[in-house]
Design a protein around this ligand. Structure first.
Ligand code: SF4
Length: 144
């Protein structure tokens, strides 16, 4: 069974900044075809749950308290890639609009819920390393 790394919040793990999750209704269908490896780059990068929400801005990642958390986000991205290498994972499914996991959109850095085109730190890093990045909105394409 092919392995896919997936944003941990999409399988129901309570790792979101507010302590909740984003469980996808398509997880059971995915599990019929794939072995899912849940991973949260923000938690694995060293941030706590719950935590202050963060957004990308001018090449950095800043949380709502004004702290620069770029190093934790980059650590999480590197760990995600290490797991892909170790487990021979070629595809990942990531949560849209997250500053770590967003594939097509992220928030604009103003904490006003304004989405712009862009990628999260982990999504961008994995794509740069040749990993196929799927957004949660593209799960159907993996189920055909
Ligand atoms: S960093 Fe990714 S996996 Fe973790 S809570 Fe945010 S969207 Fe989910």
């Amino acid at each position: 069974m092919e392995r896919i790394l997936i944003s941990a919040c999409l399988v129901g793990d309570n790792v979101k900044y507010d302590g909740g999750n984003n469980k996808s209704p398509l997880i059971d269908k995915l599990l019929e075809k794939y072995e899912l490896i849940p991973f949260c780059p923000e938690v694995e990068g060293g941030l706590s749950t719950p935590r202050s929400p963060s957004e990308r801005k001018d090449g950095r990642v800043i949380n709502m308290d004004g702290d620069d958390v770029t190093a934790a986000f980059e650590r999480g991205a590197e760990l995600a890639f290490n797991i892909c290498l170790f487990l021979k994972i070629k595809k990942v499914i990531l949560k849209e609009r997250s500053p770590s996991c967003g594939k097509k959109e992220i928030y604009d850095g103003s904490f006003s819920h304004k989405a712009i085109s862009g990628m999260g730190v982990t999504a961008e890093y994995l794509a740069s390393k040749g990993i196929e990045v799927y957004s949660e909105d593209e799960i159907e394409s993996l189920l055909g």
